[in-house]
Design a protein around this ligand. Structure first.
Ligand SMILES: Cc1ncc(COP(=O)(O)O)c(C=O)c1O
Length: 339
């Protein structure tokens, strides 16, 4: 009889990947942070180490999603995000690697630039370095509208664009993230642990959606806990549920809406605006585990995990995995916070 992990792996094998992301990513113990916090045994799943163009969680999604772009004969990737979006930087890097053109709708106005460096350094610099063409557009709350408009314009110019949605969040992007749980299941079995939880920051939703479907399939005792970094936990919850349902249907796996847990209260004042707990978490992660976290996503994720540990959510004899989703390039746009 097939084990639940083998069944999930077989479901995932029906989806083709390009194979450019560096997978599986490592699962490492965080002994010093565990000792410091005096809570459960902490582990880190290094989704910041997916390779191409400085890595991050979107590369795993793109490894699956862009297979469709290549087979559809696209010559151009079109996507978008805020100035320091890690997602669009990873799309730009993937386009460079695959020999495709890349056009990005760069949203201005979702947050006030926190520094003079914001528009030029970090991910903004890398987008240019990877050769992407940047189109400045005002943020109006519609994450995908300007991306679709840009694709229409390129189509009218006889290009063959492939639209990568905001955050690479789609049912297929979520399918990709179910593969992370298959890796964690194999790695935790090898390490002799049964994680009580996987904790990570959540925004456009497909990362958490895939984790939820994957955990239901092969790690049913592991709770997936998303830390909202958009300061919109209800919207995030709804999007995670939608993508999880879509991914579960594609994978022919069950989805239980009760598996979706989005924790609010750790996003600071707004998206892209770090607060003291974020900075403290980033310093702890760096000084105790040599992790490079960022002030918009992974730093807030670790701040949320620390708050849950301090509130006594897990026992000392339990194991908890922090999923490091990447984001380090944006750190350089916020360097003034560390002077
Ligand atoms: C570093 C980082 N972590 C987490 C996320 C959130 O992932 P998702 O959008 O799939 O919820 C993002 C998305 O942009 C990100 O860049």
């Amino acid at each position: 009889m097939l084990s639940s992990l083998n069944r999930l792996t077989a479901s995932l094998a029906r989806f083709r990947r390009l194979g450019f992301a560096h997978l599986p990513t490592p699962l490492e113990p965080m002994k010093q942070l565990t000792a410091h916090l005096r809570g459960p045994r902490l582990w880190v799943k290094r989704e910041d180490c997916t390779g191409v163009g400085l890595g991050g969680n979107k590369l795993r999604k793109l490894d699956y999603v862009l297979h469709e772009a290549i087979t559809s004969g696209a010559d151009t990737l079109v996507s978008g995000g805020v100035v320091q979006s890690n997602s669009q930087r990873q799309v730009a890097a993937a386009a460079a690697k695959l020999g495709l053109a890349c056009h990005l709708a760069v949203y201005h106005g979702r947050l006030a630039p926190p520094s003079d460096d914001y528009e030029k350094t970090g991910n903004a610099l890398l987008n240019r370095l990877f050769g992407a063409t940047l189109h400045d557009v005002p943020w109006n709350g519609d994450r995908n509208g300007a991306i679709r408009d840009l694709a229409d314009r390129l189509r009218a110019e006889s290009r063959r664009p492939y639209v990568v949605p905001y955050g690479v969040s789609s049912p297929l992007g979520a399918v990709a993230y179910a593969s992370t749980v298959a890796e964690i299941a194999a790695q935790s079995a090898a390490a002799g642990i049964k994680p009580a939880a996987i904790v990570h920051c959540t925004g456009s939703g497909a990362t958490q959606a895939g984790l939820v479907v994957g955990a239901h399939a092969c790690l049913p005792q592991t709770r997936v806990v998303g830390i909202d970094i958009d300061a919109e936990p209800e919207r995030v919850h709804a999007d995670v549920a939608t993508f999880a349902k879509g991914a579960a249907d594609l994978l022919q796996q069950p989805f239980d809406p009760a598996d979706v847990e989005v924790v609010g209260g750790h996003a600071g004042p707004a998206y892209g605006v770090p607060h003291a707990a974020t900075i403290d978490a980033m310093k702890l992660g760096a000084r105790l585990e040599a992790l490079v976290l960022d002030p918009v996503y992974s730093g807030k994720g670790l701040a949320g995990l620390i708050a849950l540990i301090e509130a006594g959510r897990w026992r000392k004899d339990q194991d908890v995995v922090f999923l490091h989703t990447g984001g380090a390039p944006a750190l350089f746009a916020y360097r003034h916070l560390f002077d």
